[in-house]
Design a protein around this ligand. Structure first.
Ligand SMILES: Nc1nc2c(ncn2[C@@H]2O[C@H](COP(=O)(O)OP(=O)(O)OP(=O)(O)O)[C@@H](O)[C@H]2O)c(=O)[nH]1
Ligand SMILES: [Mg+2]
Length: 432
């Protein structure tokens, strides 16, 4: 179900068939945007083990406090979902516990919201002790306010109707809440302990420069990580294939070594319980000397994904770590699109983790930025040489550019290798 501002033909647009789900997207969207969100939601649902059987776009002016969508719309949705033999309705919005409960009543089916779905995926994919602890904590915190609804379901099933067992149910909820809160406290302590362990490991490798790959989920961070390190981390065409941070040491010959780190992907509207739980993972990225922000260039929502990732970086307060945009999957993108991007962003890198194109240059850039001794020099570039300016941006850190007599003068911090390359291609060093 996708919720748009634009009137659609009917309330629901089913497609596909199968067994498990009717899906959904955000509020105040144009139709095309809603469909893109639905596409992503279907991928998420698939990753969570559901089989999407249909989608519905629902036109809505504003959310209803009680049921989120209108009651009539909810009933229609229930009819459609049952006709498709769906067992679950997934809504691409965060519902309040009461809204979820009321929607379940109105549709007669289980309802999962976006946060619940993402938490479910994280729960299935977490491998390390730390990731599992973080996910369990997020899951319990999500569950806590929703317990009441679960107990009404249960008491109705057991007693054949509400009323009689109400007192019992409430007592049970209180008890459960206490148990869950205690468990959350225990997990929190455990996380602090694991965190201290990590501090020790971290300090041991403190002198080696660190690079972290960040970006939206499924953009190819792990593939690129592999291409850089050849480390055998698995890549999967699944959202959130990577939940545990992975670090590898990369030797760059006589220049020294780097630590490269793969991270969990970001996603639009990451549930806030998860953000809180995974803060330590993200904080580690914040300690990197350089972030590689990986973007899937050919993805129709690339811009949106890039902005989402930037927003998450800001929220995590790691927005000020130096970063380099790396456009991946250029083997899939139209050459004209790649060319246009290159022109717009001369300092970005363009690679294909699959074919290996651009990876060698990326590794060079990492070496220059993090290992080469850094010097500051000023060059006058030959007339009309945007590619040299781009090179200066990519391989060094440009601190000043100035037009002088129709020529570009650029001051940059960089390694001797970069300066030599600029000179070899016609740039003239300005002697101070
Ligand atoms: N064509 C093409 N496909 C790629 C490229 N890089 C990655 N992929 C594919 O994109 C999918 C996702 O790759 P991953 O490396 O798992 O992506 P990720 O960003 O690590 O994803 P999460 O860990 O889930 O956030 C896989 O099917 C990869 O094979 C590329 O350069 N070209
Ligand atoms: Mg990954």
């Amino acid at each position: 179900m996708s919720i748009t501002d634009e009137p659609s033909d009917g309330p629901v647009v089913p497609d596909g068939r199968g067994a498990d789900l009717v899906a959904i997207a955000g509020l105040g969207l144009r139709q095309a945007e809603a469909e893109a969100h639905l596409e992503e939601l279907a991928a998420l649902a698939d990753t969570a083990g559901f089989e999407p059987v249909g989608r519905a776009v629902i036109t809505l002016r504003r959310p209803h406090p009680a049921t989120f969508i209108g009651r009539g719309q909810a009933e229609d949705l229930g009819v459609l979902a049952r006709a498709l033999e769906a067992g679950v309705i997934v809504v691409d919005e965060d519902l309040t516990p009461a809204q979820a409960r009321n929607l379940e009543k109105a549709t007669g089916l289980a309802v999962v919201d976006r946060a619940g779905l993402i938490i479910e995926i994280f729960a299935r994919h977490a491998r390390s002790r730390e990731a599992r602890t973080q996910v369990e904590m997020a899951r319990l915190e999500y569950l806590l306010p929703r317990l009441a609804g679960m107990w009404t379901h249960l008491s109705r099933q057991v007693a054949g109707g509400p009323g009689g067992t109400k007192g019992e149910g409430e007592k049970q909820i209180e008890l459960d809440r206490r148990i869950i809160r205690r468990r959350i406290d225990r997990l929190r302590r455990e996380l602090r302990r694991l965190d201290r362990g990590r501090d020790v490991r971290r300090r041991a490798r403190d002198r080696i420069p660190k690079v972290a790959l960040v970006g939206y989920t499924n953009v190819g961070k792990s593939s690129l990580f592999n291409a850089i390190v050849d480390a055998g981390v698995r890549t999967e065409n699944r959202l959130f294939a990577t939940l545990d941070p992975v670090v590898r040491r990369v030797e760059l010959g006589p220049r020294g070594a780097l630590l490269v780190k793969d991270t969990v992907g970001f996603i639009r509207k990451l549930p806030h319980h998860l953000v809180a739980s995974f803060r330590s993972t993200f904080e580690e990225a914040g300690e990197a000397d350089l972030l590689l922000h990986v973007v899937d260039l050919g993805h129709p929502a690339a811009q949106d994904q890039l902005e989402t990732a930037e927003r998450v970086l800001e929220e995590m307060r790691i927005g000020d770590v130096p970063r380099l945009t790396v456009y991946n999957k250029i083997d899939l993108a139209a050459p004209a699109l790649v060319a246009r991007r290159r022109e717009l962003e001369p300092e970005a890198l363009f690679v294909s983790a699959r074919t290996g194109e651009g990876v060698a240059e990326l590794v060079d850039v990492l070496g220059d930025r993090l290992l080469g001794r850094q010097f500051v020099e000023t060059f006058v570039l030959p007339r009309r040489s945007p590619e040299l300016l781009a090179l200066a941006h990519r391989r060094g850190e440009v601190t000043r550019t100035e037009q002088r007599d129709g020529l570009v003068e650029v001051t940059l911090r960089g390694s001797l290798q970069v300066f030599r390359e600029l000179e070899a291609r016609g740039a003239e060093r300005v002697v101070p």
